[in-house]
Design a protein around this ligand. Structure first.
Ligand SMILES: Nc1ncnc2c1ncn2[C@@H]1O[C@H](COP(=O)(O)OP(=O)(O)OP(=O)(O)O)[C@@H](O)[C@H]1O
Length: 644
């Protein structure tokens, strides 16, 4: 079995850490524990793929699909050399079936003992650390949900009338504000442009107006990445400007959002933070935007640092891909949110805050079985996109896994788009090869304004003017973006970056890794440089004869200039993976699919890619029918947050 894992590692199927974890464990255990060692390797491997635990029921129902093995880039040679997961499970004593595996695990000294490396909870197998994170989050959220707050319903109704006007139809935005007054934990979920920011500003105004204390509530805004924090600051600032009915509390609503790392205070060379249980944050309310990107370790750190009396409010789109690191927190907490599942008691309470009763189909006599949903509001109506056409319609059809309309779109061509207004800002480009002339044209047109802007470098040596120029260029990067589904291969992120660098900059791009105009994405957190995984910069020259530097935006609007030699872990970012694009939006988003179907192609991946587009969306692929296959496939979220 270990030899097989060794082969998997040699062929790039699993990580070195997965193999060495299995080897270490094998050394500590008796020979009859092979099944435990194999399953432990799977737990570690799943962690690397974003799952905080191994769901044994899923594993035994669909081993290959659950593990995503063989991987998308598996060579013919590796397919010949390596056994498939199903074969391996069958060949290891005790691992043949779900029942035998659970039995062996329960009897093993490596499982469910004091400080044992593994924990089995029902049919989910965890590394102990991740089990602890999950328990910590569950316990904390349960306490915050239980802490029902005294609310004067008459006053609340009055404030909500002031903020939302008197309604004729149900306003879920108003419902979300009311719900947030009720306890110390709230989730607001919805797709792009459904009014989460609009609502949160009103929610904060409501909290401040009804605070019941002379001094303002201390509110902190945070997001998982620098980019998401910058967007949060900008959109909350803009929304506040338009709101006149809250002049009395406007000054008490902050507009500056920080990254979660900054909120908690990073410590050099440590996974721990400055703020924790014994040194909690000085705050009454924490709002986290883009919560779908928060991983389990970070969420555990947040709840650990949050004072017990503080409110936690999560905003995000539950239907998006989960965080790159382990833990689909938001997706687990809001599963089924579209159906409401509100208890009759909650429905009655919410109805008392408005003149318009909740639709009866959102109430569920068994709602108590959905504890998190009693604190969740889901928005469906996009204020930015027309749900009947273009990006709005495409995103919705994909999200709901509907085929009929999609099939029509897939036959698309420019003629089709011209004839159907429904397809006006979405294009399908079926191309035989990724280096096809039409792709090159698309890219050259998309990046032409960026190249032009780079040529307008100020003649003066005035640092401020140069920073303004760099800021404009960085902003321009949000206009056009290629997103790929996969990293490797002809249709993958790496090769697209090489191709685009060559199309735009010719041989100099191939000869010099660093060249002016190269956008880069940081691929690992670098605490010493205060750079985060996902941060984007661009290579520029402040003066014609100066060395190249990489310009990064900062949250206060200034530019940081770093020498390329200081950046060890970056990728070119003309093309980025859909995973890495989370939390960003681009005016024109181009999504590239691989040539063949791979397990990573899911409806969540497509939905996330499509919803990055603000004005124009183009899909590039060899076989449009692949879209239908991807739409049928859903990500299996592993984790025990929602259940016992
Ligand atoms: N009830 C409403 N009445 C009028 N305008 C609204 C309402 N709700 C939202 N809007 C407007 O719709 C636009 C999109 O809303 P908002 O930015 O709050 O959405 P969002 O869910 O935060 O989007 P994203 O996830 O993309 O940041 C904004 O211009 C906002 O002012």
């Amino acid at each position: 079995m270990l030899e097989n894992l060794q082969l998997w590692y040699q062929h790039g199927w699993i990580r070195a850490i997965d193999l060495s974890f299995a080897q270490q464990l094998a050394k500590q255990l008796e020979d009859d524990q092979e099944a435990v060692v194999l399953l432990a390797a799977f737990v570690s491997y799943q962690l690397g793929r974003g799952h905080p635990c191994l769901d044994l029921a899923q594993l035994y129902a669909e081993p290959e699909q659950t593990l995503g093995l063989p991987p998308e880039h598996a060579s013919v040679e590796s397919l010949q050399a390596c056994e498939l997961p199903q074969q391996l499970l069958c060949n290891v004593a005790g691992a043949e079936s779900l029942e035998s595996a659970v039995q062996v695990l329960l009897e093993s000294p490596a499982v469910n003992n004091d400080n044992s490396p593994l924990v089995l909870q029902g049919q989910r197998l965890y590394l102990r650390r991740y089990f602890r994170y999950e328990q910590q989050i569950k316990t904390d959220l349960a306490a915050r949900m239980k802490a029902l707050q005294p609310v004067n319903l008459g006053q609340l109704k009055h404030v909500l009338d002031e903020l939302f006007g008197t309604q004729q139809t149900i306003s879920w935005q108003r419902t979300a504000c009311a719900m947030a007054m009720r306890s110390l934990f709230t989730i607001v979920t919805g797709g792009p442009g459904t009014g989460k920011t609009y609502t949160v500003v009103r929610l904060l105004a409501t909290l401040q107006k009804l605070r019941g204390q002379p001094e303002p509530l201390r509110i902190r805004l945070a997001a998982p990445t620098g980019k998401a924090a910058a967007r949060m600051s900008e959109s909350i600032g803009n929304e506040l400007l338009t709101l006149t009915s809250i002049d009395d509390v406007k000054a008490d609503i902050p507009t500056e959002a920080v990254t979660l790392h900054r909120l908690l205070g990073t410590l050099p060379n440590s996974r721990s933070f400055r703020h924790h249980k014994d040194n909690p944050l000085h705050t009454d309310v924490v709002i986290i935007d883009e919560a779908s990107m928060v991983d389990i370790e970070m969420m555990a750190a947040v709840v650990n640092a949050l004072p017990p009396r503080a409110r936690l409010i999560l905003l995000g789109d539950k239907d998006q891909l989960a965080s790159v690191e382990a833990g689909a927190i938001l997706g687990q907490l809001c599963e089924q949110a579209e159906h409401g599942h509100y208890t009759p008691e909650l429905t009655e309470w919410l109805n008392a805050t408005t003149n318009v009763a909740l639709p009866t189909d959102k109430t569920d006599a068994s709602g108590a079985e959905w504890p998190y949903l009693q604190h969740t509001t889901m928005f469906h109506e996009s204020r930015r996109f027309d749900p009947n056409k273009g990006i709005g319609k495409l995103a919705d059809e994909v999200n709901r896994q509907q085929h009929v309309w999609l099939e029509q779109w897939l036959q698309d061509s420019d003629a089709m788009a011209a004839a159907h207004v429904e397809f006006d800002n979405i294009r399908m480009r079926a191309v035989p090869r990724p280096n096809h002339q039409s792709v090159q044209q698309l890219v050259e047109q998309g990046y032409a304004p960026l190249l032009k802007l780079i040529e307008t470098r100020p003649e003066s040596r005035n640092a401020e003017e140069i920073d303004v120029w760099a800021a404009k260029i960085l902003k321009q990067l949000e206009q056009f973006q290629i997103l790929t589904a996969v990293r490797e291969g002809e249709w993958g992120m790496h090769q697209f970056n090489q191709r685009i660098s060559y199309w735009l900059f010719g041989d100099q791009a191939a000869e010099h890794g660093w060249f002016e105009g190269r956008p880069v994405m940081v691929t690992h957190n670098d605490y010493s440089l205060d750079l985060r995984n996902g941060d984007i910069g661009i290579v520029l020259r402040r003066e014609p004869n100066e060395p190249l530097r990489v310009a990064f935006p900062t949250t206060d609007g200034t530019i940081r200039w770093l020498l390329p030699s200081r950046l060890t872990q970056v990728d070119t970012a003309f093309a980025m993976t859909i995973h890495k694009s989370q939390g960003s939006e681009f005016s024109h988003t181009v999504m590239v699919l691989p040539e063949h179907d791979v397990p990573i192609l899911t409806k969540e991946l497509l939905y996330t890619g499509i919803t990055r587009a603000k004005q124009q969306f183009t899909m590039v692929c060899a076989h449009p029918q692949l879209v239908l296959k991807a739409v049928r496939r859903r990500i299996q979220r592993s984790g025990g947050l929602a259940n016992g």
